[in-house]
Write a protein that binds this ligand. Structure first.
Ligand code: 5GP
Ligand code: ZN
Length: 110
C-alpha cells in the first residue's frame, strides 16, 4: 500500500536493519528500541491492524509467531524469556497502520 511506512520498508524504499526475511514476512530491528532486543515482524501483505485480520490470515499469524520464536532462539533470549505484542489502535498506542509484532527481550521487561 502506498504511503505505508512498513510497506516501503518491505519494498526496500526505506532501509532497515534486517533480521530475517522470506516470501511471507520481514523482521527488522526497531528504530527506537525499548529493550536490548527489539525486533519487529511484519507480514509482506498489507494488513492495517489485528482488527483487519480475516479468516484467511489465521495461518499467516501462526507463521509469524513461529518465525519470532526462531528469532528469539537465534538471538539467545529464549531461555530467559521475551514478550511478543501487537498494538491495535489509538488506545494501545499503535503508530504504524501495518500490522506488526514486537519481540522484546534481552533484559528484565517492565
Ligand atoms: P507501534 O507503536 O505502532 O506498536 O510500533 C511501531 C514501532 O515502529 C515503534 O516501536 C517504532 O519505534 C517503530 N518504527 C517507526 N518508524 C520506524 C522506521 O522507520 N524503522 C524502524 N526500524 N522502526 C520504526
Ligand atoms: Zn503496509
Amino acid at each position: 500500500m502506498e504511503d505505508c511506512l512498513f510497506c516501503k520498508i518491505i519494498k526496500g524504499e526505506i532501509p532497515c536493519d534486517k533480521v530475517y526475511e522470506d516470501d511471507k514476512v520481514l523482521s527488522f530491528k526497531d528504530i527506537n528500541p525499548e529493550a536490548p532486543v527489539h525486533v519487529l515482524t511484519v507480514p509482506k501483505k498489507h494488513i492495517s491492524s489485528t482488527n483487519d485480520l480475516k479468516a484467511e490470515d489465521e495461518e499467516l499469524v501462526g507463521y509469524i509467531y513461529t518465525v519470532m520464536v526462531k528469532i528469539a532462539k537465534q538471538l539467545g533470549i529464549s531461555e530467559k524469556g521475551y514478550r511478543i505484542i501487537s498494538n491495535c489502535g489509538e488506545d494501545a498506542g499503535q503508530t504504524v497502520s501495518h500490522i506488526h509484532f514486537h519481540l522484546l527481550g534481552g533484559g528484565k521487561l517492565d
